[in-house]
Design a protein around this ligand. Structure first.
Ligand SMILES: [Zn+2]
Length: 52
């Protein structure tokens, strides 16, 4: 894997600086200072806990 980028608008992965789908500026697919997966984990745990 090289410099994979991701479009924040449509979520498409690309190697280009601009999304081929919607022409938005793409961001690094794995930003070092921000981990959305962690937040999702918290949300999912809370959701699961509340519904069960
Ligand atoms: Zn896009």
């Amino acid at each position: 894997m090289t410099n994979m980028k991701k479009c924040p608008s449509c979520g498409r992965y690309t190697l280009k600086d601009y999304c081929p789908e919607c022409d938005s500026k793409t961001v690094n697919a794995h930003p070092p200072s921000y981990s959305p997966q962690d937040r999702y984990g918290k949300y999912r745990r809370k959701e699961k806990f509340g519904s069960s």
